[in-house]
Design a protein around this ligand. Structure first.
Ligand SMILES: Cc1ncc(C[n+]2csc(CCOP(=O)(O)OP(=O)(O)O)c2C)c(N)n1
Ligand SMILES: [Mg+2]
Length: 358
């Protein structure tokens, strides 16, 4: 396997997120973090199961192993802040406040899904909680996030946009054009690269000669590395970063080092020829974000086994209910096939959706 040639310490203007401790949070917050991550994990496991029995069709990319990235970068946001993501976005949609029932119904392709069952797994979207997708084209969300940043600036709002992208997306032209504009216009966008080490079956070392964190240097955008498996570290770091960006500090770029425990999508093996079973097992044992948080809380005596089991049970119940809701929801009506395909404009040429101006 190819290795990247430079080391982090050779890279100028890179900051490493400081370690966080349980003392930085209240017990109530810590329990909420655990409950959230358990929900994400159980949701994805249910999606995997539903896919296997044909309840979910089309593409489906699971986020198992990467939950602390969703929690850590979204939990500190305000509801009116924006998040926008890739096709591996189920848990991010949940983190931003979308209802598990509505998300599951969309995965099932049913009328009660957020896109009325016409979008599926890769196109979760909810303007009520400012979750702007769900994008199937690698890198497509990056210029959109940059546009959202421009809108925030233009309307003189104090909101922030978080844009998630995969490690393979930093080689797309759209990434570089977006970074350039974000820097020139000082946009309030935080670009978060979820470096899970693979773009489908290609290890990052085979396509990137340098650490990914270096990619923002050319645009004079501060670059940071964070341990994407340590929820507390990500949350602490993100809280500080948000203050800076909200205060007019301009764009930021973060490489969150993480790992995916499942295959790229439902159609490829968990560990194919591109990675060894030993590598996967090692990561699952040592870098599972939920187990890491559990150990931190157990050690500090802030969580008991009994409480953990209760939380897990509550997550399983919520997910079961979501699956039952999805199963009971009807398929989209035939006459809906061509609705909401093109945007309507009002008499002033502005976007008009669902009966109101946007
Ligand atoms: C422009 C474009 N090229 C190729 C694809 C096919 N494709 C889908 S996912 C993927 C890999 C992306 O990997 P990464 O950005 O690391 O995200 P991850 O899947 O690891 O979350 C590719 C090549 C695509 N969807 N869009
Ligand atoms: Mg990747």
């Amino acid at each position: 396997m190819a290795e990247t040639k430079t080391k982090d310490e050779d890279v100028a203007d890179v900051s490493k997120a400081p370690e966080a401790s349980v003392e930085d949070f209240s017990k109530e917050e810590l329990h909420r973090f655990m409950r959230e991550m358990l929900l994400y994990r159980r949701f994805e496991e249910k999606a995997e199961e539903a896919y296997a029995i044909g309840k979910i069709g089309g593409f489906c990319h699971l986020h198992i192993g990467q939950e602390a990235v969703a929690l850590g970068f979204i939990q500190p946001l305000r509801e009116d802040d924006y998040a926008i993501s890739t096709y591996r976005e189920h848990t991010q949609a949940l983190a931003k406040g979308m209802d598990a029932k509505v998300v599951m119904a969309e995965l099932y392709g049913r009328a009660d899904g957020c896109s009325q069952g016409k979008g599926g797994s890769m196109h979760l979207f909810d303007t009520e909680v400012n979750f702007l997708g769900g994008h199937g084209i690698v890198g497509a969300q990056i210029p959109l996030a940059t546009g959202v940043g421009w809108k925030i600036l233009y309307r003189e709002e104090d909101r922030v946009c978080v844009c998630f992208l995969g490690d393979a997306a930093v080689n797309q032209g759209a990434f570089h054009e977006s970074m350039n504009l974000a820097a020139i216009w000082n946009l309030p966008v935080i670009y978060v690269v979820e470096n899970n080490e693979y773009g489908m079956g290609t290890h990052i070392g085979r396509v990137s000669p340098t650490p990914l964190v270096q990619r923002s240097c050319a645009y004079d955008i501060p670059g940071h590395v964070v341990n994407g498996q340590n929820a507390l570290e990500v949350i602490s770091f993100m809280r500080g970063l948000l203050e800076e960006v909200r205060g007019g500090g301009g764009p930021q770029y973060v490489e969150a080092r993480t790992y995916r425990f499942k295959g790229h999508s439902m159609s490829d093996p968990v560990a194919g020829t591109y990675r060894s079973k030993e590598e996967l097992k090692d990561k699952q044992e040592k870098e599972d974000p939920i187990l890491l948080l559990k150990d931190q809380l157990f050690q500090a005596e802030l969580l008991t086994q009994e409480e953990l089991e209760e939380m897990d049970e509550a997550a399983r119940v919520e997910v079961e209910e979501a699956a039952e809701f999805a199963d009971a929801s009807p398929l989209p009506a035939e006459e809906e096939l061509y609705t909401q395909v093109y945007a309507e404009l009002n008499e002033h040429g502005r976007l008009f959706l669902d009966g109101r101006d946007r």
